[in-house]
Design a protein around this ligand. Structure first.
Ligand code: SF4
Length: 323
């Protein structure tokens, strides 16, 4: 585990939220400002594929102010202004969000990360979203440098703990790549945050349990969990329209999240427990439109079943399933 030790009582919920941790760590609520650093990714530029992961439509999760045509600094300043219109915000983290934000040469990355850090005096940290196969030793050296200057979190898309699923969804990396990247980052005391999708074609209950236990044993800092959405202009949309993919019902999602949390170390912070896509992009499932209802359903289910994060996690007894 990297960072400050967690306490189950940090929030009222039956799981530990990253928001509560950040509030305690920085003494007040910290707001996120997303930026587009102008990257691509190896499954889109022809290195490993051209069409991207089957579920991905970048526009469906990038805020309008984060436009790659504008400088990182301008995007951040506008993002901060937007937050300030509605909140008394005083601290921010920059989130390099769309595409693979370590997929460039080290000098370009250093310039972009420093530009972000220096864009505004109230920036207290940087979150960088990337893939496990885009972290060379040189880039990890750079992240190490950055980690000494600010509060850094590297978000790694894992999505599934099952290599067959990763192949099916055209991720272009393996679970082993993820383990390797995570260990290298942890050796430098860099916080990591994997992304996990619930509802991928081919994944089973056992895959959710394996995923929770794997990231727990690795000692990640936090995790984002979200349901698989079918969004427009993706390969998954075609599968869905042909009847080759059936989205989860909300009751199934809630149950699998419960299973995941139960098998997750209580020391890991939950950065996201569901997700939503803008109406204009969402094809299915309908219930994804209301993330507050989904969160409420999860809380009710955990209460009803008396499930706490980590209740079934016993790290000493876990056999490394990947050996
Ligand atoms: S999910 Fe990430 S890696 Fe996959 S295509 Fe989209 S941006 Fe690229």
């Amino acid at each position: 585990m990297i960072g400050v030790g967690a306490s189950r009582n940090i929030s009222q919920k039956r799981y530990n939220t990253l928001n509560s941790f950040m509030k305690e760590y920085f003494g007040e609520k910290v707001y996120k400002v997303s930026v587009d650093g102008g990257f691509t990714c190896p499954v889109r530029d022809g290195t490993k594929g051209w069409r991207g992961c089957i579920f991905c439509n970048i526009k469906s999760f990038t805020p309008p102010y984060a436009e790659r045509a504008r400088s990182v600094k301008d995007q951040i300043l506008e993002g901060i202004e937007n937050v300030k219109k509605f909140r008394k915000a005083r601290k921010y983290v920059v989130y390099f969000q769309p595409y693979t934000n370590t997929y460039a040469d080290v000098e370009k990355l250093r310039k972009l990360y420093n530009e972000a850090l220096e864009a505004h005096p109230d920036i207290v940290g940087i979150f960088i979203g990337t893939r496990p196969d885009c972290l060379s030793y040189e880039i990890i050296d750079l992240l190490d440098e950055l980690n000494r200057k600010t509060f850094l979190v590297v978000e790694l898309g894992l999505q599934s703990s099952n290599n067959r699923t990763l192949e099916l969804i055209k991720r272009g990396h393996t679970v082993e790549d993820y383990i390797d990247a995570t260990k290298k980052l942890h050796e430098r005391n860099i916080r990591t945050l994997p992304h996990i999708i619930i509802g991928l074609p081919g994944d089973t209950e056992q895959d959710y349990i394996n995923g929770a236990r794997l990231i727990s044993d690795l000692g990640v800092f936090a995790v984002k969990i979200h349901p698989l959405h079918v969004v427009k202009f993706t390969e998954l949309e075609l599968w869905y329209r042909k009847g080759e993919y059936k989205p989860l019902e909300i009751s199934e999602y809630v149950e699998y999240v419960g299973l995941f949390l139960e098998n997750l170390s209580p020391r890991i912070y939950i950065a996201r427990i569901t997700g939503e896509a803008p109406d204009k992009f969402l094809v299915a499932p309908e219930w994804c439109k209301n993330k507050f209802k989904v969160m409420q359903e999860i809380d009710l289910y955990l209460e009803k079943k008396n499930i706490y994060q980590g209740a079934s996690y016993e790290s000493q007894r876990i056999v490394n399933i990947y050996q």
